[in-house]
Design a protein around this ligand. Structure first.
Ligand code: UD1
Length: 423
């Protein structure tokens, strides 16, 4: 069977300007939120990636129509009459469960297949369920499907999350906007994508205060009063951070445009700590480096802490830094699969529980490697640009899930990288 791979020749070059796409993790939830609007919502700056195609299919199965015009999606949810999302879609993309909240908000019920395990840890949904139960949702599990109902209606409640889960905060938000009375979410996730979602819900008629902070207050409005809206997806801070990591590795300068630098405060702080120069403007960030990279310590944490989605890209930087770095993964268990692949290229990394001890090495060597997940895949391509010789990156479907035209954008920055179909 033929497979598409990315072939990289290490020329050590990444220089110039690149526009980041709209945030995958925002766009997926904005698409789910259109279910509440009962009409034609227009979403701009939606990235052209495979996860978005899956979410389009989820919405289509529910009865919506989804049209694409460049980076704009026109989603008509007026005739949505189903509240069921099957396993074949949830198993392709875990984020399909973000339709749970809006379906409950619209219909008072939902049937969504339970997501299975996932390579980057157990990724349970207990917090989603506990929070929604507090709003009056009753859950049953039948043949792997989660059946949600609201026998006594959906009502506001005070919910304290045991961890600021992004997905749980979003599902709660999208149900609470249509509940009767007031909901307070404490220890809410503070990711910029939550604020983006709240902005869109407000444009649709929701009453929300505090999104982007740890306490979100929602005054429920009747589900029928939501209307469609027009909204522009926020820039992808993880894509931006990936190109910045590449610029830091190769020396740059690399400028990312279409991103609010405040979304990447901790990553910028670490780049500077490792010896890079970083300049920022209203919607751009430039990284360059003239000195060797130096070792550092990184702990992944919920926003505004260092993002787990940039952990692999920064592990690559530490692998090429002078000295020994320690990276601690606090958000997901098992998110160090990248280390073994980088080891194939000459990286010196020891994993101890949720810590990675990374000893900086001289130049990496090109090798055949596999994308173990989306971010690891993106980091392996960067490693290949920096390495001596040729790197062949397999399993690139992971990269296609979240990076629009990754190869084209890297090539525009001077990298020698191409896609190739092999037997
Ligand atoms: C989202 C992002 C993902 C990012 C992550 C953390 C999307 C589509 N994905 O994932 O790219 O890496 O935020 O920034 O937006 N947990 C539970 N029970 C729950 C919910 C979560 O134990 O009910 C655990 C998870 O297993 C994980 C941690 O909490 O260990 C964080 O998960 P969460 O913040 O919910 O991440 P996602 O929304 O799945």
């Amino acid at each position: 069977m033929s497979e598409e791979i990315i072939v990289v020749r290490g020329n050590g070059t990444l220089k110039g300007e690149v526009w980041v796409s709209g945030a995958k993790n925002s766009a997926l939830k904005l698409m789910a939120a259109t279910l509440l609007g009962r009409g034609k919502t227009i979403l701009h700056n939606v990235p052209f990636i495979s996860d978005i195609a899956i979410m389009s299919e989820v919405l289509t199965r529910l009865g919506a129509t989804v049209e694409r015009d460049g980076h704009t999606l026109i989603i008509d949810t007026a005739s949505v009459d189903s509240y069921k999302t099957p396993y074949e879609l949830v198993s392709k993309m875990r984020a399909s469960i973000s339709v749970l909240g809006p379906l409950i908000g619209r219909f008072g019920k939902a049937h969504v297949a339970m997501p299975g395990g996932c390579q980057i840890g157990a990724r349970k949904i207990d917090m989603h369920l506990v929070g929604l139960e507090a709003l009056g949702v009753k859950f049953d599990v039948e043949h792997g499907d989660l059946l949600a109902s609201t026998p006594n209606g959906l009502h506001g409640a005070h919910v304290t999350l045991s961890f600021p889960s992004v997905g749980a905060t979003e599902n709660l938000l999208m149900a609470a906007v249509a509940a009767e009375g007031k909901t307070v979410i404490e220890n809410a996730a503070r990711e910029p994508e939550i604020e983006d979602l709240a902005q869109m819900l407000i444009s649709m008629g929701a009453k929300i205060e505090g999104a982007g902070s740890s306490i979100i207050e929602i005054e429920g409005v009747p589900s029928e009063s939501f209307g469609p809206c027009e909204h522009t997806t926020v820039g992808d801070r993880i894509e931006a951070g990936t190109f910045l990591a590449g610029g830091a590795l190769m020396g740059g300068p690399v400028t990312v445009r279409g991103i609010d630098p405040s979304f990447l405060r901790m990553a910028i702080f670490k780049l500077r700590a490792m010896g890079c120069d970083v300049e920022t403007g209203e919607d751009w960030i430039t990284v360059s480096r003239t000195k060797p990279l130096v070792a550092t310590e990184i702990q992944t944490l919920p926003h505004p802490g260092f993002p787990t989605d940039l952990q692999a890209q920064f592990m690559l930087l530490t692998a090429r830094a002078e000295g020994t770095s320690v990276i601690t993964e606090n958000v997901f268990e098992n998110r160090f699969m990248f280390a073994a692949e980088l080891g194939r290229m000459g990286g010196d990394i020891t994993i101890e529980d949720h810590h990675a001890i990374v000893r900086g090495v001289g130049r990496l060597q090109g090798a055949p490697v596999s994308s173990t997940d989306l971010r690891a895949g993106a980091a392996l391509v960067l490693a290949g640009i920096d390495a001596e010789g040729e790197t062949r990156v397999h399993e690139i479907r992971h990269i296609d899930r979240g990076y629009e035209d990754y190869v084209g954008k890297l090539a525009s920055l001077g990298a020698d990288v191409r896609r190739e179909l092999i037997d």
